[in-house]
Design a protein. Structure first.
Length: 46
């Protein structure tokens, strides 16, 4: 389940043009978006 949230956070950041707008769109904090994207990057080894 977290994998989907990580991918959603990443695509929302890209589509919205930044973490702040992505957080607003997703209804979560900016730091939560950042943690999801960071977790995705770690899992993918990038």
């Amino acid at each position: 389940m977290y994998r989907l949230t990580e991918m959603e956070a990443f695509t929302t950041v890209v589509n919205q043009g930044g973490f702040t707008d992505a957080a607003k769109k997703m209804g979560i904090s900016k730091s939560a978006v950042s943690k999801h994207v960071s977790s995705l990057k770690t899992r993918l080894g990038t």
